[in-house]
Design a protein around this ligand. Structure first.
Ligand SMILES: Nc1nc2c(ncn2[C@@H]2O[C@H](COP(=O)(O)O[C@H]3[C@@H](O)[C@H](n4cnc5c(=O)[nH]c(N)nc54)O[C@@H]3COP(=O)(O)O)[C@@H](O)[C@H]2O)c(=O)[nH]1
Length: 719
C-alpha cells in the first residue's frame, strides 16, 4: 500500500471515529490564518449551505454569541500563550434561523508535518446543547427551590407562631425568630440543645415547675401522638412567665421511624392576664386583695366535705369592726379603707397557711379554720385562742395617715363537723349571729354560736316570710300620732306603720322594720306607707276641720337611695291629689352623710314637689354642722332619747337646749318627740321648742280613733 492509500485509509478511520463520537474535526493554519479543515457538520447542523459556510468561515467569530465571545477569545489566547495545555471552550453559535445552539471546542496547537512548531491548531467541535439545556433546567429548578426555601424561611421567621423542630433525641434542629423571642433566647442558645440541658424552664397553669416528662416534646415522644392546646408558661431568665398555647406533632420517615417533632406555640399572655384579672375580680376583693364571698363559699364547701371525711372540727369566725361606720363617716372613706387594709393584714398574720380570711364587704371579714385537732372541747379551745389572737391584734392602735386611730372587732364563732348540702350558708349565718351576740355583749369580744341563737334565727326567718305576704294580705295599717304646738293646737300627725298579724297579733315596727330594711321588703312597705299616707291627706283635704293637718312619714335609707324615688313619689301625689305642702318626709342623719351633693340634689327635687323635709332622731348620729347648713330642711326632730331624761340628766338637758338653739340659728322648725310628762313639756317650752309629739298628747292610733281624738280633745296642760 502506497503513501496516498495509507493516508486515505487513515482519513477513512478518523471519519468513522469522529462520526461515532459525534465530533467534528477542524484545523487552522496559525501562520496563514487559513482554516485548513472546516467543521462542516457543525455548519450543516446550524443550517448553513456549503456556500454560506465558505463565506462565514473567514468570520467565524460573528457566529458566536456576544456573551460567549470574550470567553472563547480568552480560552484561545491562554492556550496560544501556553498558559493552558489545551484549548477548551463552550459557547453558543447562531443558526441560520437566528436561534442559538451550544457547542464545545476541544483543541490543541500541534506542530505541522513540515516541522514548523506550533503552526496548526487542531480541534473538535461537538454539540452540547442538550446537556446545556438540561443544566439550565437544573439551575432553574435549583433557583426556584432556593427562592421557595427563602420565602418559606422568611414566612417562618415572620410568623407570630413560635416553631421549634426537635430531632428524635429532643435536640433542637430548627427554631424560628418568634420562638427565640418567646423563649427569650438567641438561636445559638437554643440550637442543638437537648430538653434537660435547656436554660429555660416551663411552668404549669398554676405556676408550678413542669416535670420534664410533661414537656410537649417528651409527651409526643412518649405517646407518638400529637398534642394540642397545652397551656404552659415559660420563665424567661427568671422573670414573670410568658404564657404559651402549645401544640406538637410527630413527623415520620417513609420507613415509619420518627423523623422529628414539630412544636408550635402562640403567646397567650394577654389572654392569660385578662383571665387572671377576671378571676381576681370574680374571687378577690379589690380593696384588700383577700378572697371574696364567692371564693370563701367554695372553700367552705370543700372544708365541710373534708371535715365529714376526716371527722375533724372546723370553724368560721365572723368578724365585724366595731364603730367602723363612724370612722368612715367622720374621717372619710379613704381612712376607712386604710383601716380595712390594715385589719386584713393583721388577721392574715394570726392564721396558719391552711386557714383563710375573706372579706365579705364593708367591715366584715370571715376566717375559715379547717381541720382542727381534738374533740369538740379541745377544738373549741383552740379556736377560741385564734379568735382571741385576732381580737387582740385588731384592737391595737392603727397608724393611719399620721394619726393614731382605734377600733376593735366583734367576732362570732360557729364550729362545724362535716356538713351536708346548704351547710355552708348555715355555718356563716350562725357565725354572723354569734357576732351580733358579741356586739350585744359590749363589743371587742368573741362569742360562740349556740342553739338558742339558732332558734332566734329561725323565728326571724319565719317573721320575714310572713312579712313578705303582709301587704298582699292587707295586714299592714297606718297609725297616726298627733303633733301639737305650744298652745297644744293640733298641727298634724306622724304616720307609723303597724302589722296586724292573725297569729302573732300586733307586731311592733321595732321588730319588723329592721328585717324589712335588711331585705328589699322595705321598698314595698315604704311605698305602701307613702301611698296610704297621701290617700289619707287627700281624704282630710275634703274635710274642712282636718284639711290643715300635716302628715309626717318615715322614709328609710334604702327607700330614699332608690334612683327613682322622686319619680315614684311624684306618681303617688298625682294619684292622690292633696295639698303636698302638708306632707313631711322624715329622713335620718345616716342617709345624708355620704354623697352629700347627690343627697342635696334629691332633697331639692323632693322639695320641688311641694313637700317639706324633717331630720328625724336628730343628735343620735354624727351630725355635722357643715352638712346641716347645706341640706334643704324645714325641720329637725329632737330624738326621744334626749327628751326622756331631760329633767334629770344635765347632759341631755344641755343637748336639747343646744339643738333648739341650733334650729333657731339655722331658721329651722324644731319638734321634740317622746314627750311623756308635763315637766318635759315645760322644759321644752321654756327653752323655745314650740312643737311636740309624745304619749302626753296621744299614742299612735288608727285613723278613726285619731280623728275622734281631734274632735273631742282639750289641752293636756294649760297653754
Ligand atoms: N321606715 C319606716 N319606719 C317606721 C315606720 N313606722 C314606724 N317606723 C319606725 O319604727 C320605729 C318604731 O316605731 P313605733 O313603734 O311606731 O314608735 C314610734 C312612736 O310610737 C314612738 N313614740 C312616740 N311618742 C313616744 C313617747 O312619748 N314615748 C315613747 N316611749 N315612744 C314614743 O316613737 C316612735 C316614733 O319614732 P320616730 O319615727 O323616730 O319619730 C321608729 O324608729 C319608727 O321611725 C314607717 O312607716 N317607715
Amino acid at each position: 500500500m502506497g503513501q496516498d492509500d495509507r493516508q486515505e485509509l487513515d482519513e477513512e478511520r478518523l471519519k468513522l471515529v469522529l462520526e461515532a463520537a459525534d465530533l467534528d474535526l477542524w484545523e487552522n493554519d496559525l501562520v496563514s490564518g487559513e482554516v485548513t479543515r472546516r467543521a462542516a457538520r457543525v455548519f450543516g447542523e446550524l443550517g448553513y449551505s456549503g456556500d454560506e459556510t465558505a463565506r462565514l468561515i473567514d468570520d467565524l467569530f460573528s457566529l458566536v454569541h456576544p456573551d460567549d465571545l470574550p470567553v472563547l477569545k480568552s480560552a484561545l489566547q491562554q492556550h496560544m500563550e501556553g498558559v493552558t495545555p489545551h484549548y477548551r471552550c463552550e459557547f453558543r453559535l447562531r443558526t441560520k434561523t437566528g436561534a442559538w445552539v451550544w457547542y464545545a471546542n476541544h483543541g490543541k496547537i500541534v506542530d505541522s508535518g513540515d516541522g514548523v512548531r506550533g503552526r496548526r491548531l487542531i480541534g473538535v467541535s461537538f454539540n452540547i446543547d442538550e446537556r446545556k439545556q438540561s443544566e439550565e433546567r437544573v439551575r432553574d429548578q435549583q433557583r426556584l427551590l432556593a427562592e421557595s426555601e427563602s420565602r418559606y424561611r422568611e414566612l417562618l421567621s415572620n410568623l407570630r407562631t413560635g416553631i421549634v423542630v426537635h430531632g428524635p433525641d429532643t435536640s433542637i434542629a430548627y427554631s424560628n425568630a418568634r420562638a427565640h423571642e418567646l423563649l427569650g433566647l438567641s438561636e445559638d442558645e437554643i440550637r442543638g440543645k437537648l430538653a434537660p440541658d435547656r436554660t429555660w424552664r416551663f411552668v404549669d397553669e398554676q405556676g408550678a415547675p413542669l416535670p420534664l416528662a410533661h414537656y410537649p416534646v417528651n409527651r409526643v415522644l412518649a405517646s407518638g401522638q400529637a398534642i394540642e392546646s397545652q397551656v404552659l408558661g415559660v420563665i424567661q431568665r427568671g422573670g414573670a412567665p410568658v404564657w404559651l398555647l402549645v401544640s406538637a406533632f410527630p413527623e415520620f420517615k417513609g420507613d415509619g421511624a420518627l423523623k422529628q417533632v414539630v412544636v408550635n406555640f402562640d403567646d397567650i399572655t394577654p389572654r392569660k392576664h385578662a383571665e387572671q384579672e377576671i378571676h381576681q375580680l370574680a374571687f378577690y376583693d379589690s380593696l384588700t386583695g383577700l378572697p371574696n364571698r364567692r371564693m370563701l363559699m367554695d372553700r367552705l364547701h370543700e372544708a365541710l366535705a373534708a371535715s365529714a371525711r376526716s371527722q375533724r372540727y372546723g370553724a368560721v369566725l365572723f368578724i365585724d369592726m366595731d364603730n367602723f361606720k363612724a370612722i368612715n363617716d367622720v374621717l372619710g372613706h379613704s381612712v376607712g379603707d386604710l383601716m380595712l387594709v390594715e385589719a386584713a393584714a393583721r388577721i392574715g398574720h394570726c392564721l396558719r397557711e391552711a386557714d383563710m380570711v375573706a372579706r365579705l364587704g364593708g367591715d366584715e371579714f370571715v376566717v375559715l379554720v379547717a381541720a382542727v385537732q381534738g374533740d369538740a372541747g379541745m377544738a373549741a379551745q383552740r379556736i377560741a385562742l385564734i379568735a382571741e389572737k385576732i381580737r387582740t391584734s385588731l384592737s391595737a392602735p392603727y397608724q393611719l395617715l399620721g394619726h393614731e386611730r382605734h377600733s376593735s372587732p366583734s367576732i362570732g364563732v360557729a364550729m362545724f363537723l362535716g356538713g351536708g348540702q346548704g351547710n355552708a350558708d348555715t355555718v356563716i349565718r350562725q357565725a354572723d349571729m354569734a357576732m351580733y351576740k358579741a356586739k350585744d355583749a359590749g363589743r371587742n369580744t368573741f362569742r360562740f354560736f349556740s342553739a338558742a341563737m339558732q332558734l332566734a334565727v329561725e323565728s326571724r326567718a319565719a317573721l320575714e316570710a310572713d312579712l313578705r305576704l303582709a301587704i298582699g294580705l292587707g295586714q299592714l295599717q297606718l297609725h297616726y300620732q298627733v303633733q301639737v304646738d305650744a298652745r297644744q293646737n293640733v298641727l298634724g300627725a306622724e304616720a307609723l306603720v303597724r302589722w296586724r298579724h292573725p297569729v302573732r297579733g300586733l307586731v311592733s315596727p321595732l321588730q319588723f322594720i329592721p328585717i324589712a330594711e335588711e331585705s328589699s321588703l322595705i321598698l314595698e312597705i315604704g311605698n305602701w306607707v307613702l301611698d296610704t299616707a297621701c290617700a289619707q291627706l287627700a281624704r282630710w283635704q275634703d274635710k274642712p276641720a282636718l284639711r290643715h293637718l300635716t302628715l309626717a312619714v318615715n322614709v328609710s335609707a334604702r327607700q330614699f337611695r332608690q334612683a327613682d324615688f322622686v319619680d315614684m313619689l311624684r306618681a303617688i301625689v298625682e294619684r292622690h291629689p292633696c295639698d303636698v305642702s302638708r306632707l313631711k318626709l322624715e329622713l335620718t342623719e345616716s342617709m345624708v352623710l355620704s354623697d352629700v351633693a347627690e343627697v342635696v340634689h334629691k332633697m331639692e327635687s323632693l322639695q320641688a314637689l311641694g313637700l317639706s323635709l324633717s331630720m328625724d332622731d336628730f343628735g343620735t348620729g354624727y351630725s355635722s354642722l357643715a352638712y346641716l347648713k347645706k341640706l334643704p330642711l324645714a325641720q329637725i326632730k329632737i330624738d326621744q332619747s334626749f327628751v326622756r331624761d331631760i329633767t334629770t340628766d344635765a347632759a341631755d338637758a344641755v343637748m336639747v337646749k343646744t339643738i333648739i338653739d341650733l334650729a333657731r340659728n339655722f331658721h329651722l322648725e324644731v319638734i321634740a318627740e317622746g314627750v311623756e310628762t308635763v315637766e318635759q313639756l315645760e322644759f321644752l317650752r321654756a327653752h323655745g321648742c314650740a312643737m311636740y309629739q309624745g304619749f302626753l298628747f296621744g299614742k299612735p292610733q288608727p285613723v278613726e280613733a285619731f280623728e275622734e281624738q281631734l274632735a273631742t280633745r282639750g289641752a293636756v296642760v294649760p297653754a
